[in-house]
Design a protein around this ligand. Sequence first.
Ligand code: SF4
Ligand code: F3S
Length: 104
Amino acid sequence: TYIVTDNCIRCKYTDCVEVCPVDCFYEGENFLVINPDECIDCGVCEPECPAEAIKPDTEPGLDKWLKINADYAQSWPNITTKRDALPEAKEMDGVEGKFELYFS
Ligand code: SF4
Ligand code: F3S
């Protein structure tokens, strides 16, 4: 599966949702997640993210993010249409450790 990772937080460009053939993105206030049970591993969303936040879960060190995607996909609403990025998207792009900064 592919998953959304740290750099989506406070950017949320949403380009990814338009290309997903199975509409498996879910929207929180500050970032999106992919439902790993629905993702068919096509890979088309990965290059669409301006923040390079989408990664295959085969990359090392992403266990935490796989769980975050699986968990939040259960309660957040589905999103299939692109919206404006968050106003702070440009400043926040590339900031390290956003999850720790904003969610713990
Ligand atoms: Fe959707 Fe394909 Fe991305 Fe999975 S890899 S979230 S199926 S676009
Ligand atoms: Fe987030 Fe990138 Fe999609 S910033 S909303 S994963 S295009």
